[in-house]
Design a protein around this ligand. Sequence first.
Ligand SMILES: [Zn+2]
Length: 334
Amino acid sequence: MLFKNIIGHEQPKRFLQSALQSGRLPHALLFHGQDRIGKRLMAKVLAQAVNCEAAPPLSPPDACGACRSCHQIDIGSHPDVTMIEATSGKGETEQTRDIESRFIYRPLIGSRKIVILDNADLLRQEAANALLKTIEEPPPDSLIILVSSHPESLLSTIRSRCQALRFAPLAVDTVQDVLQRRRGLSDTDARFLAMVSGGRLGLALEADVEALRVERAAFLELVSRNSLQSVGALFAAAEAVAKSEQAEAALGWLAGWFRDLAIIKVGGDPSRLLNTDCLDELNRFATNLPLEKVLELAEFVETMEKGLERNLNKQLMLEGLLLRLRAALQAKAA
Ligand SMILES: [Zn+2]
């Protein structure tokens, strides 16, 4: 992959290329933005561009994608470029050793020693301090690229010493277009996946459309007539989802569902609907719920998503949502 082939992320790309051009690439960078959006890919391309052996160097600065160095970085065997993943499963000592051992030697064949540290926010205290020390006194010819979906969890002292570059989701149309070209997906499938992925191309390129449809059907069963027919059925449905450990995914689909309902209620642009293939069901709900209830329920789902981050009781939250929905539908019917 080359800079020029990366889709979207124009701002970080422009910054990096002009920093390379002027020879002023900072020694510590922080790539942040949602998960699976393209941060790691950009880090790898940057590593390739920095250590590319093409002569003369490309202009604007880029990787050639063909030299020994570009190839080695691509397959993860370049002696001066390391990708470390700070998974929460790793112990503190192991993490610290990871950080400290990488910068000891000068670059062997490249112009810079590069460490890409993925999930940097998952570093434990001792390792984070070792990282801070490395960033404060960077070894010559070193470059550290922190990759994080939760930059707020990084030590502020680390954040403030890195040049931060934010990665934003791509436009849904762009993702749809790429999916159609690269994966040969139909209009409908590509649109659905582009919407579900929220503009995260990395996610969209790998996701299984059919599996997602099955998952959605399972979670939307929660708001079906069956689940809402009685309070008992509703409690059982909420319990099943809470126990499946998939409450987060369920909430994501429910949030999309209520957002769709809101779009329909206000007569918004139908191309912004996530569940375009469930229009009949959406319309039935829209007819039976007043706008203010739809908005109230959408807001409740959002509160629940935040509650999930704080580990509130999933089953209770889901029950609360379904009880509200049932009450709203009954009020309309009465
Ligand atoms: Zn090259």
